[in-house]
Design a protein around this ligand. Structure first.
Ligand SMILES: NC(=O)c1ccc[n+]([C@@H]2O[C@H](COP(=O)([O-])OP(=O)(O)OC[C@H]3O[C@@H](n4cnc5c(N)ncnc54)[C@H](OP(=O)(O)O)[C@@H]3O)[C@@H](O)[C@H]2O)c1
Length: 288
């Protein structure tokens, strides 16, 4: 039986890929006691040389630690590691540090709490190089008690941000934030592709495209305020005018490698709102 008090400052990092390695180096650099386990044992060898304790199994890593970080590829990998645990894990906190879905976060939380441990789901808004710097943000959700208990350790890795007690909150934040980036970056790529296909100088075009992205950024707080107030003023264009442009864009993007970006669904939504007599409203009405 492990003495939880004696093990209070002990951390286990399960999975020493790019993120796991950065986490271990940061924790060792702060003088923390860290056990490591990696499926491919040889990939953790240099971390052991650097001062980490090698655990011979997931079970050994977990049993000797109070804070267990699962820095793994995805939920199936998390599930495979959790499946190796069947003892009472009370007093421990397990953190799922991987990019996953809301449903996966709920499953992980159920699994971990059924073993008696506290669960935190983490959304990593960071690259390995930024771990331990102010440029890294890691979002956590699940047990508030576990978050507060381990805040000092989590602060070594990034600016930690607790986003809710439902286990899936961090996954939703994480994916939605990735979505903002993908939509903007893919929108830019579609625009550059269309310009280039038409023989336009993309360097010159890109300068104006950059200003267009800036308009989205400056409109963020006004958009949120419209959602809060459920009031959708037209701004630069109303829904009827937007529909005309969206249809032209579908035409411009036809046959291009990145497709139309879901604009036919947007056009259908605009059509429905216009048919409902809301054609004079602004774009935020599409999700209002
Ligand atoms: N890297 C980034 O910049 C970044 C940024 C944001 C979020 N993330 C997310 O963070 C998570 C980790 O990313 P990473 O870059 O560290 O990935 P990675 O370098 O590919 O490392 C993945 C780790 O998971 C282990 N693993 C995979 N499948 C396993 C299984 N079935 N059982 C046991 N261990 C298994 C690997 O072990 P082996 O060595 O044996 O293969 C390795 O230790 C991912 O969900 C990723 O989406 C990464």
């Amino acid at each position: 039986m492990v003495d939880i008090n004696r093990a209070a400052s002990r951390i286990a990092v399960i999975g020493t890929g790019a993120i796991g390695r950065a986490v271990v180096h940061r924790l060792l650099g702060a003088g923390r006691d860290v056990a490591v386990w990696n499926r491919t044992e040889s990939r953790a060898a240099d971390l052991v040389t650097a001062g980490a304790r090698r655990a011979r199994s997931v079970r050994e890593a977990v049993s000797s630690s109070t804070l267990i970080l699962l820095t793994l590829t995805d939920y199936p990998a998390v599930e495979q590691c959790l499946a190796q645990l069947d003892t009472d894990l009370s007093g421990r906190t397990i953190v799922g540090m991987y990019t996953g879905t809301a449903g996966e976060a709920r499953l992980a939380a159920r699994r971990v709490t059924s073993l008696g441990a506290q669960y935190l789901d983490a959304g990593i808004q960071a690259s390995p190089e930024t771990i331990g710097t102010d440029a890294a943000t890691i979002l956590y959700s699940g047990s508030r008690h576990a978050f507060e208990q381990h805040t000092a350790t989590l602060e070594l890795l990034s600016r930690p941000r607790f986003v809710g007690e439902s286990p899936e909150a961090a996954a939703v934040w994480d994916l939605a934030l990735f979505g903002v980036w993908y939509d903007a970056q893919l929108g830019l790529l579609r625009a550059l592709d269309a310009a280039r296909a038409a023989g336009i100088d993309v360097t010159e075009f890109a300068r104006t495209a950059g200003s267009q992205l800036g308009h989205v950024v400056t409109a963020v707080s006004a958009t949120v305020s419209e959602l809060h107030q459920a009031a959708y003023p037209p701004g630069p264009a109303n829904l009827t005018e937007h529909l005309t442009v969206v249809r032209h864009l579908i035409d411009l993007r036809a046959g291009r490698p990145l497709g139309d970006g879901g604009l036919p669904e947007v056009a259908a939504r605009l059509d429905a709102l216009i048919a409902a007599g809301r054609g004079g409203e602004g774009l935020t009405a599409t999700v209002g």
